[in-house]
Design a protein around this ligand. Structure first.
Ligand code: UD1
Ligand code: UDP
Length: 370
């Protein structure tokens, strides 16, 4: 590339809460390069200030360069809405590369737009599989990986999944876990943050809860059992529950919110900013969650993670990390094991080290022949 060549324009697609931690480190790393111009594209899938703006602030990102403003809807409405809006952007702006992250509806939608316009698409966090096709994310993962040109994976299981599906090895590169880069990047701010202290919690003496999977929160009977179990375990371990908007809506709809609000040892909060949330996670005794990202962060930190799911697309957090799959009925027994010190700390998987964004930049330079 000569000095007169215009920089390659790279679209980084972000849509929902877990995407922001995955694009921020890459945005910062690419911004330091002279051969490319990264542009943040926000589809608007998440839009509440505490589900979107807070992360731009915490992760030191500028306002999105392009905002599609798609918002909520059914799967088809959301996927179709993103495709229609993003196709228009691509036809006028003609980016050189599109990078999609994770497994939300906008991920698959933007990958489809790019591929059909012959714009090379890279999927960061490729190859994860829960093998549960009732999860909308599993469909998004399968679609995105099938059509993306380049598949950047976080762990060996992801490489194996892709190879078993017949993906040729030259499309796959293991770059590591980009979420950990975000944690490492703002660790000093997380450590200096006063959220835990302001709530009045002592380090190691509380648990933190997040829930938002449709399988847990959209069925009234399942959600009722979960609420009962959380109240039950809060007698042994006080809990902070950062309530996702989907979950709050369901708790209200099913008449369960009052019960939680009145529980003495459960503190309900709105969704928290990344720095605030990680301040709470990093000193917690345990995490109770169905989040993908939180399973990874707790593995990195060696904090017991009780995942309320039948499966996980992140099995390395079970085999190497501090994660365990639990049911509502086995939650109390598992909390006892945590409290009795019978939980493995685990180890940090290879390449979950804060250097994934640098590996992505190096891989991209090779692809672009820079
Ligand atoms: C989405 C992703 C999921 C991801 C999660 C992260 C899909 C299919 N799902 O699930 O993979 O784990 O984000 O949090 O892409 N809402 C608001 N304000 C917002 C956003 C959502 O009130 O800013 C409410 C709306 O009522 C909306 C509901 O939450 O209908 C669900 O939002 P949606 O983006 O469809 O799915 P999530 O459950 O957030
Ligand atoms: N998170 C946050 N505030 C919260 C709950 C979660 O900042 O109140 C962060 C968490 O640290 C992780 C990401 O959000 O980085 C995970 O997003 P989420 O659970 O919404 O989605 P998933 O990972 O399940 O797709």
């Amino acid at each position: 590339m000569t000095t007169s060549t215009p920089p390659l324009v790279i679209h980084l697609i972000a849509a929902a809460r877990p995407n922001f931690m995955k694009i921020a480190p890459l945005y910062h790393a690419l911004s330091r390069e002279s051969w490319c111009e990264p542009k943040l594209v926000h589809t608007g899938q998440h839009y509440d200030p505490n589900m979107s703006d807070a992360f731009f602030r915490d992760l030191n990102m500028p306002q999105p360069h392009i905002h599609l403003g798609v918002g909520s809807g059914t799967h088809a409405e959301q996927t179709g809405g993103v495709m229609i809006a993003y196709e228009k952007v691509c036809m006028t702006q003609k980016p050189d590369w599109i990078i999609v992250v994770g497994d939300v509806n906008s991920t698959a939608a933007c990958a489809m737009v790019g591929t059909k316009l012959w714009i090379p698409v890279i999927h960061l966090e490729a190859g994860l599989r829960s093998r549960d096709r009732h999860m909308p994310e599993e469909i998004n993962r399968l679609v995105t990986d099938a059509i993306s040109d380049v598949l950047w994976t976080p762990s060996p299981d992801a490489d194996e999944n892709l190879l078993a599906e017949g993906v040729s090895a030259h499309r796959i590169e293991r770059v590591g876990n980009i979420m950990i880069d975000s944690y490492v990047m703002v660790r000093p701010q997380i450590e200096a943050d006063q959220t835990r202290v302001n709530i009045g919690l002592e380090a190691g003496k509380y648990g933190i809860v997040t829930l938002h999977r449709p399988s847990n929160v959209d069925d009234p009977a399942v959600l009722k059992t979960l609420v009962d179990q959380l109240i039950h375990i809060s007698a042994k371990l006080p809990l902070v529950f950062a309530v996702h908007p989907r979950t709050r809506k369901r708790l209200q709809e099913f008449g369960l919110l009052n019960q939680l609000e009145q529980a003495n040892a459960i503190q309900l909060t709105e969704p928290l900013g990344y720095i605030q949330f990680m301040n709470l996670v990093s000193s917690a005794k345990a995490v109770v969650t169905d989040s993908g990202g939180v399973q990874e962060e707790s593995t990195y930190l060696g904090i017991p993670c009780l995942t309320l799911r039948e499966n996980t697309e992140r099995p390395i957090t079970l085999t190497e990390g501090s994660n365990r799959l639990v049911t509502p009925d086995s939650l109390a027994k598992n909390i006892d094991e945590v409290l009795n010190g019978k939980w493995v700390t685990g180890k940090r998987p290879e390449h979950w080290d804060g250097n994934t964004a640098s590996r992505c930049v190096a891989a991209l330079k090779k692809l672009a022949k820079i």
